[in-house]
Write a protein that binds this ligand. Sequence first.
Ligand SMILES: Cc1ncc(COP(=O)(O)O)c(C=O)c1O
Length: 392
Amino acid sequence: MAISDKIRISMERSSWIRKMFEEGQERKAKFGTENVFDFSLGNPDMEPPPRFKQVLVELARDKSRGRHAYMPNAGFAETRQAVADYLNTFNRNTFSADEIVMTVGAAGGLNVVLKTLLDPGDEVIIPKPYFVEYDFYVDNHLGTVKTVPTKEDFSLDFDSLENAVSPKTKAVLINSPNNPTGKVYSSRELTELARLLSHYSTKQGRPIYLVSDEPYRKITYDRITVPNIFDLYPESFVVTSFSKDLSVPGERIGYIAASPELSDKAVVVAGMVFSNRILGYVNAPAFMQRAVSVLLEESVDIRSYQEKRNRLCEALLSFGYEFNRPDGAFYLFPRSPVEDEFVFVQALQEENILTVPGSGFGAPGHFRIAYCVPDTVIDGALPGFEKVIRTF
Ligand SMILES: Cc1ncc(COP(=O)(O)O)c(C=O)c1O
């Protein structure tokens, strides 16, 4: 075999995603792209805000020398300071550039944090349902994923979390607003989580870190806001990106913010900077670092996502679908009317509606609809959604 067993097995494990994608492509070729309603990918359909392109043009005109050279592995000092200043507008803690590492998207940032923290066999607790790539990211750095169930409404289940803690627990990885459920953890929940982690950190004599993956932080609805974990727990990291809120996932730009109160902060941050380098990222893209440093307050039109959510939720509810109304992100995670959600996803596919089985997120019996699509796709799919649920 040319490739490693490990990669072959990982590819086989995630092959159903590829299969979905390939089936979608086949259907698009057969029925025409406009007749296939593709809700399978979290690839935002919205264009970046106009200001993004203006900034790119301004930056491209800059003729000073060395604009495209190597830089410190943590990123440009000016960009990191701009991120720190931005965080200081809504966190109680005061950030400096020293706590910020610019990364290749949130995915790059998560790999950097995990590489820095994990020894082989260290455990990372992750509430289900969860972003399936976490399994690979933790495995990349020889850690072990320990998933724990959440409650019926996808809020944190503290009994399960507590049962999962072991002497090998190094971190808890949460994602809010959540992919695939759209859940935003409340302040009360996060305070309770902080209490639990503080208790076990003291007991074990070493911190259990909280890593919060927040690329959807700005995408929330009904005036819900995402609580700041830094105000609640000192041993924490936020990993985020501009992929979703500026609609630029292909540009691969994000950052890690380490808590100003982190123990051994200088060593941990130095570890992250080194990891950024040796993972082969070296540094986050220079051009994008310059761009985002003046776009921190910007975002796509969130109301447009809220309207899409409302449009989809109202229609699906009236057809008899059951789900928790998402607080944020752009995913809906309904219960499948049949236990085996693959059967239901297949039936939707027959109507040219492409969704993703919940098993891929550690939550069988559900399916995910990514509604970051044009309104025409939502409207076009509604008759099919109605027809299919009637047959179950
Ligand atoms: C929960 C979650 N984390 C991380 C990522 C990766 O984001 P990025 O494109 O910024 O690497 C995604 C992308 O879909 C995501 O849904």
